[in-house]
Design a protein around this ligand. Structure first.
Ligand code: ADP
Length: 259
């Protein structure tokens, strides 16, 4: 997707990304998501946090704020500034990655911020800052979209007022077929990927990127497939948030019961 992508020579291509039975490299059907798990409030020290596993991806998102912005001259008079940092830790990929922010990470930080901003009532908090940190602990394709999914849950956990959650997934083209949720091998050896983020209840797209060449019919099919995946992820986000508040309610009741 980004310009920093590792180049792949033709002779390195694996023989088959989709077998005769229509199964992908990890056994999935073209319209199947990888297993997804979301946990809320995993960090005590942040105002909001979430952890996501999407297949082999492991990503943590943390939110601080709204808080006073430094230096003050960067403050906006009519809304909060959303600061976003997407980062891959050195052990997130098979060959140690430099911990210094790469061009790709700087670009993805901006892309992720722009995908989340439409969902936030930033105008409620003028002259403040909301900090969002996304740490990729293990990467396997689709980290920007999984990062967005976790970040929106972390923002909700921090109590930031939102129009809707933002759920995201990548679709793409592999051996001429439109497939949902590309893993790293499909991302690298396939014909293209298309990360999509949406506010699912409002039905509004907040991120749409694409590499590769698609016919208009393929774009339509890819967006329909992305929407299907996003609705499933949205359900997991909501369940994770509900679970945290049910547990919190139990804790408060137990505490109250003691007194
Ligand atoms: P996304 O993770 O959103 O799909 P890219 O398309 O840029 O973003 O990256 C695809 C995948 O390539 C990543 O999920 C990760 O598995 C792998 N990758 C990215 N950067 C590196 C790197 N520096 N070293 C090894 N693998 C990487």
């Amino acid at each position: 997707m980004s310009s920093s992508r590792i180049s792949i020579r033709k002779e390195q291509r694996p023989p088959k990304l989709i077998d005769e039975e229509g199964r992908r490299v990890d056994g999935r059907r073209p319209d199947e998501l990888r297993p997804v798990k979301i946990e809320v409030g995993v960090l005590k020290n942040a105002d909001g946090s979430a952890y996501i596993e999407l297949g082999r991806n492991k990503i943590i998102a943390a939110v601080y704020g709204p808080k006073e912005l430094h230096p003050k001259h960067l403050a906006l008079p009519d809304r909060a500034v959303l600061y976003c940092r997407y980062h891959m830790v050195p052990f997130s990929v098979t060959e140690r990655k430099s911990p210094a922010p790469s061009r790709r990470e700087i670009e993805l930080s901006k892309v992720i911020r722009e995908a989340l901003e439409p969902a936030l009532f930033l105008e409620y908090f003028p002259r403040t800052e909301i900090d969002l940190f996304i740490e990729v602990l293990q990467a396997d394709g689709g980290t920007r979209t999984a990062g967005i999914t976790a970040a929106s849950v972390a923002l909700a956990d921090a109590g930031i007022p939102m129009r809707d959650l933002v759920a995201a997934i990548a679709v793409g083209k592999v051996e001429g077929q439109i497939v949902l949720d590309l893993c790293d091998i499909e991302d690298k050896y396939g014909e293209g990927d298309m990360p999509v983020a949406m506010m699912p209840s409002l039905g509004q797209i907040t991120l749409l990127q694409a590499d590769g060449v698609y016919t208009p019919e393929e774009v339509k099919k890819a967006l329909e497939l992305a929407k299907k995946g996003i609705m499933k992820i949205y359900e997991v986000q909501r369940e994770a948030l509900k679970k945290k508040y049910i547990e919190l309610k139990k804790e408060v009741e137990e505490e109250y019961g003691k007194k």
